[in-house]
Ligand binder design. Structure first.
Ligand code: GDP
Ligand code: GDP
Length: 438
């Protein structure tokens, strides 16, 4: 199911990070071994009244002069307009209405995107409410008073936010065609790969059911099958500032990965895998998507018979949280091995949707337990009763045990390895839920 995207826009120091932390606090999914993903607060997964959405903080670096603030805010607002289903425009009651606020409000109003106007730092309703009314002048609806720092008014704000979610959110699921997102740092060759894969017979689909985002997706045909290549309009920005470019590539990855079945994680062969690659790959991993690591610009490096092995070792080390990911070495320039990507994508999708019968799973479980004794603590030993697969995309398993506390992370990983030995599941993460049954 494709989750709605909510973007937060506002001047520096109005309290965007504070709001972000208040909403995401304790709600960011903690993925062990995924470097940078949880510390980074460019995006967060939020739940409110059973509605899940992804929140993006479009505010980047801190500008220090007035005109830079305005141009930065315009840029942020444009990203929000291009990528979000709902925009939270956040202002500050203590600084009052500024000229930049009014200009950005004009821009948001013209976009016809749902905008939720939020006035922050209303720490006391009694004291500050008269000042809140001033914000009606922005002409983008009722100002909602909150205090991000004291967590006041957040529920009312979220009620309004989710009321704007598109009706058919998630109906993309009915489209059977595999959806592919191409993500990676700036300049690794994403557009080159997209253009090469799409070729001449690319058709643009701009109307995506169930979303209000301006997605520019292409449908390509290969070997009689159709694939949808996901693109995010407006995010192919060419900024000169490195931090800003990296922020765009994260926002781009989050919004594209959300809608994808398989993610092509592009790495530049000339640079090798980096921490920034790990952050982007972590987004696909957290969301349980199929992943193919595409090492591009393979034409541009000197090679010996050991080169591939060396690259693989380095990539496996940096992206250690996704040992299941496939690796392909390609060149968008020469076209080398690009067509092979389609077969790999098919394989990953087959694995993502594979269902293993409960009987077979429990044979594996019995055998695994016989080969390696489950852990025990204070004289109590873990007992594993039963395992069953409850979902696909990603394949998700529930294991019933006597005591959850005894189920050590390493034992779950051991069982995962046993399942992978039997069924492969190459290219997809697996999820495990441990339940108690007395
Ligand atoms: P950002 O630049 O928009 O991300 O703003 P920050 O979240 O970093 O907040 C800027 C400053 O405003 C910090 O000193 C916060 O502690 C303060 N702040 C944020 N929310 C509130 C609030 O609800 N009330 C008050 N009084 N201060 C706040
Ligand atoms: P993006 O920012 O990730 O979309 O990257 P682009 O597709 O714009 O490519 C960035 C630069 O890398 C361009 O100058 C491309 O010509 C170059 N490039 C892309 N793919 C390859 C490749 O396979 N080999 C070589 N040598 N250069 C490439």
């Amino acid at each position: 199911m494709s989750k709605p995207v909510v973007a937060v826009v506002g001047r520096p120091n109005v309290g965007k990070s504070t709001l972000f932390n208040a909403l995401a606090g304790g709600m960011i999914s903690i993925v062990k071994d995924t470097p940078g993903v949880t510390r980074d607060r460019i995006y967060a997964d939020v739940s409110w009244l059973d509605r899940d959405f992804t929140m993006i903080d479009t505010g980047g670096i801190e500008p220090d002069s007035k005109d830079i603030i305005l141009s930065q805010m315009r840029e942020q607002a444009q990203i929000a307009i291009d990528t979000a289903d709902v925009i939270i425009f956040i202002t500050d009651v203590r600084q009052g209405l500024t000229d930049a606020d009014s200009k950005v409000a004009d821009m948001l109003r013209r976009s016809a995107k749902p905008v939720v106007l939020v006035v922050n730092k209303v720490d006391s309703f009694e004291k500050f409410m008269p000042d809140v009314y001033e914000f009606y002048n922005l002409g983008i609806g009722d100002p909602i008073p909150i205090s991000a720092a004291s967590r006041l008014g957040l529920g009312d704000m979220l009620d309004v936010v989710i009321s704007h979610f598109p009706e058919g959110a998630g109906t993309e699921e009915e489209d059977e065609r595999p959806r592919i997102a191409i993500v990676g740092k700036p300049n690794v060759g994403k557009s080159s790969i997209l253009n090469k894969l799409a070729g001449e017979n690319r058709a643009i689909v701009s109307d995506i059911a169930g979303t209000t985002r301006d997605a520019i997706d292409s449908v390509v045909k290969y070997d009689g099958r159709e694939y949808v290549l996901i693109d995010t309009a407006g995010l192919r920005r060419k900024s000169k500032i490195k931090e800003e470019l990296e922020r765009y590539s994260i926002i781009r990855a989050v919004t594209a990965v959300e809608r994808a079945d398989v993610v092509l994680m592009v790495i530049d062969a000339v640079e090798g895998a980096t921490e920034q690659d790990a952050k982007i790959a972590g987004i696909a991993h957290e969301r349980g998507k199929g992943v193919i690591i595409v090492v591009n610009k393979w034409d541009a490096i000197e090679k010996t018979d050991k080169t591939m092995r060396e690259y693989e070792n380095q990539i496996r080390q940096i992206l250690s949280f996704m040992p299941y990911a496939e690796i392909m070495y390609v060149s968008a320039l020469t076209g080398q091995r690009l067509n092979k990507l389609y077969d790999r994508i098919d394989m990953v999708i087959a694995n993502q949707t594979l269902r293993v019968a409960t009987g077979v799973l429990n044979e594996i479980l019995t055998e695994a337990v016989a080969m390696q004794q489950p852990p025990s603590d204070k004289g109590k030993r873990l007992k594993l009763y039963y395992m069953t697969q409850v979902a696909v995309k990603p394949p998700t398993f529930v294991i019933f045990v006597n005591d959850r506390e005894l189920m050590h992370f390493s034992y779950t990983r051991y069982l995962e390895n046993k399942i992978r030995e039997a069924f492969g599941f190459r290219g997809t993460a697996l999820r495990f839920y441990i339940r108690e049954r007395k």
